[in-house]
Design a protein around this ligand. Structure first.
Ligand code: S3P
Length: 442
């Protein structure tokens, strides 16, 4: 056994061994949230196979239940049933909607609620979520007539929404954020007149794909397909959704196998939506030995298995603003990968990382330096000197799920064992991560 629990949250991380075997990562988090939200406002019963049974989607489901949506229990391996209440059917909740740690829950639900005329909603979240900027959603929604109030001039939770009749608008979003875009698309469904969202760069497009499948009147056009137009009025029809494995969870194993001598891993059934596969582009640049097998389309999303074999002499890489939307959640694990490249890697254009569950640039630099890593932090990125030698250390996830899992992979490569405080954070997106690590590290 390679992992031992020291107490409920601090874990011993054993150094050494290789990563080998076959793993199925849990369902895609972004797709899971959307399946619940769109299913809730559709007509009829939506079934969701492979929904991620983790804390974030569970937060979305609990908020929806408080507004009268019946959702069957969410647990590993169970198909989830959502009894849609229709576009206008959400009830005014008697309690505060608690979004937990989940930015996607809070931002998408804001878009869902602003058009519920005459109804009042209060949204809150945990310590981390209460520090994250919400005006990026509140501001564009105000252009449609929304009333959103909160601390710090409407920027911070707790937030309150008083539902209004919205009007369609043409909205250019200043940042490429799928959460902002999706909130506007949700609001657009009940607005008067059409809405167009214009993104500065192409963020993940799960909302567009799934809203179309549910029957929304949504069209994509403009230069590089970045203008998304919604005509209100179309009722959504329930769907049978199959959620692919999350490439953001797969990334931990892909990188682990690429940098750990003697490793070979196959991650099965991974979502390969091109708006999410930036990590594979970087792996190509690093000259990682990998192949994609069994590529197919399932329920409107491309999926496949990814097989990675260890090879020494990985090349350093450069990531800039252009690719960030396609790998925004993979920057922590790619920072670990860079430590094992043959030269200096550069991450820039990544200031969005500072407003994730934690300031991921600062936290990754701080934690990896405890292991002796040579990293320089910049306002919008990191320079990582690849030199291949880490020592064991007392680490801390600082409550961030992706930091917890990235540090666990770094610890495999250290000269001696490490400890990780607040390791339970992994359950936000990957509840079985520690069991999978125990099984695959051998
Ligand atoms: C998400 C979008 C991304 C991503 C987050 C999930 C989504 O955030 O980091 O984990 O499901 O829409 P931004 O929209 O802020 O880039």
């Amino acid at each position: 056994m390679s992992l031992t629990s020291i107490n409920t949250s601090t874990r011993k991380l054993k150094a050494g061994g290789r990563i080998s075997g076959i793993v199925r990562v849990p369902g895609d988090k972004s797709i899971s949230h959307r399946a619940l939200l769109f299913g809730a406002i559709a007509e009829g019963e939506t079934t969701i196979e492979g929904l991620l049974p983790a804390e974030d989607p569970i937060s979305t489901a609990s908020c929806l239940r408080l507004m009268g949506v019946r959702i069957s229990p969410i647990s590993q391996g169970e198909v989830v049933h959502v009894e849609g209440v229709g576009l206008e059917g959400l009830e005014e909740p008697k309690e505060v909607l608690n979004c937990g740690n989940s930015g996607t829950t809070m931002r998408l639900i804001l878009g869902l609620l602003v058009g519920r005329q005459g109804k009042h909603f209060v949204l809150t979240g945990d310590k981390s979520l209460s520090k994250r900027p919400m005006q990026r959603v509140g501001q564009p929604l105000k252009l449609m007539g929304a009333q959103v109030r909160g601390r710090a001039n409407g920027n911070l939770a707790p937030l309150s929404v008083y539902g209004q009749q919205l009007r369609g608008a043409v909205i250019g979003t200043p940042i490429a954020s799928a959460q902002v875009k999706s909130a506007i698309l949700l609001a657009a469904l009940t607005a008067e007149g059409p809405t167009t969202v214009i993104e500065p760069a192409h963020s993940r497009d799960h909302s567009e794909r799934m809203l179309k499948a549910f029957g929304a009147n949504l069209h994509i056009g403009g230069e590089m397909g970045r203008h998304i137009n919604v005509m209100p009025g179309a009722n959504l029809k329930s769907q049978k959704i199959v959620v692919p494995g999350d490439i953001s969870s797969a990334a931990f194993w892909l990188v682990a196998a690429a940098i750990t001598p003697g490793s070979q891993i196959t991650v099965k059934n991974v979502g390969l939506n091109p708006t999410r596969t930036g990590v594979l582009e970087v792996m190509k640049e690093m000259e990682v030995d990998f192949e994609i097998l069994n590529k197919q389309d399932i329920a409107g999303e491309p999926v496949g298995d990814i097989k990675v074999t260890y090879g020494n002499q990985l090349k350093p890489f450069k990531i800039d603003a252009e690719i960030i939307p396609r790998l925004v959640d993979e920057v922590p694990i790619l920072t670990v990968a860079a430590l094992f490249c043959n030269g200096d890697s550069q991450i820039s254009g990544a200031s969005e990382l500072r407003v994730k569950e934690t300031d991921r640039l600062a936290v990754m630099a701080r934690q990896l330096k405890l292991m002796g890593a040579n990293i320089e932090e910049h306002s919008d990125g990191l320079t990582i000197h690849g030199d291949n030698s880490l020592r064991g250390a007392s680490l801390d996830s600082e409550t961030d799920h992706r930091v917890a899992m990235s540090l666990a992979i770094a610890a495999l490569l250290a000269k001696d064992d490490s400890k990780l405080a607040r390791s339970e954070a992994a359950a936000v997106s990957y509840p079985d991560f520690w069991n999978d690590l125990e099984r695959l590290q051998n």
